[in-house]
Ligand binder design. Structure first.
Ligand code: HPA
Length: 268
């Protein structure tokens, strides 16, 4: 553990009673899940030593520990993004903290644009794989040749799909392509990544997922589709629309994530 991570870990261990078993990163507009936590204890990013701070609307920047479906859960409400000017080390730092706290399973969520034209705004997608078009890598600076053959755990995906089926919630399976942002993509970029196998586009998740893979943390990725990607409908894209649509998907999202956490609860 480097000094900054150790300091943050010690601070969080002192603030939170029970060691959390499962981690959850909440994407834009998905923060309502926090209201379902029993016995929540909250800490703002700004109070955690060395923790990066987000300035984006819809990302309040708090860690909340509490019980969901009887499982001690560590929720990171908000995240820092590469497009805010952070370097990859800062973007990946919260995931390193989670791993150092002993978390072995993490659910990473985001709001994403649909490249796949069979998806609609409001749909939920379980990530099967990703394409890193951010032009950077959180492991840069080391010689950590991490295998990413299975960065999104098939075990966790199976649990999520199984729970979705039982709840009658449609859960697609798709490939997420990450751009650096902060602008949205051009229609030509969307056509290009569709040819390359992308179903979704976004500006997050990939740095955290790569970092988790390097630390042996199993990852489940869930996207809430907030818009059709650029050029598909011809409509202009806006952050307000992204926040509003993910808030609309949030009821199904909360049900699915809660049931998945319950499914993970008894397991390490
Ligand atoms: N592109 C990139 N990131 C996004 C989008 C999009 O269309 N929608 C939500 N996040």
């Amino acid at each position: 553990m480097t000094g900054a991570i150790e300091e943050a870990v010690i601070y969080l261990q002192q603030r939170f009673g029970v060691p959390p078993r499962v981690g959850l990163i909440l994407g834009s507009g998905l923060g309502r899940l926090v209201q379902k936590l029993k016995g929540p204890e909250r800490v703002a990013f700004k109070d955690i030593p060395g923790f990066p701070r987000s300035s984006v609307q819809g990302h309040p920047g708090e860690i909340i520990c509490g019980y969901l479906e009887g499982v001690p859960l560590y929720v990171q409400a908000g995240r820092v993004h590469y497009y805010e000017g952070m370097d990859m080390g800062q973007v990946a730092m919260p995931m390193r903290v989670m791993a150092s706290l002993g978390i072995k399973n993490v659910i990473i969520t985001n709001a994403a644009g649909a490249v796949n034209q069979s998806y609609s705004p409001g749909d939920l997608v379980c990530l099967s794989d990703h394409i890193n078009f951010m032009g950077d890598n959180p492991l840069r600076g080391g010689a950590d040749f991490v295998d990413l053959t299975r960065v999104y755990s098939s075990r966790l995906r199976k649990i999520a799909h199984d729970r979705a089926r039982r709840l009658g919630i449609t859960l697609h399976s798709g490939v997420y392509c990450a751009f650096a942002g902060p602008c949205y993509e051009t229609p030509a970029e969307i056509r290009a990544v569709r040819v390359l196998g992308a179903d979704l586009v976004g500006m997050s998740t990939v740095p955290e997922a790569i970092t988790a893979a390097s630390l042996g943390v199993e990852v489940l990725g869930i996207s809430a589709v907030t818009n059709m990607a650029a050029g598909i409908t011809g409509q202009r894209l806006s952050h307000e629309e992204v926040i509003q649509t993910s808030a609309r998907a949030s009821e199904r999202f909360i049900k699915l994530v809660s049931a998945t956490v319950a499914g993970l609860g008894g397991q390490e």
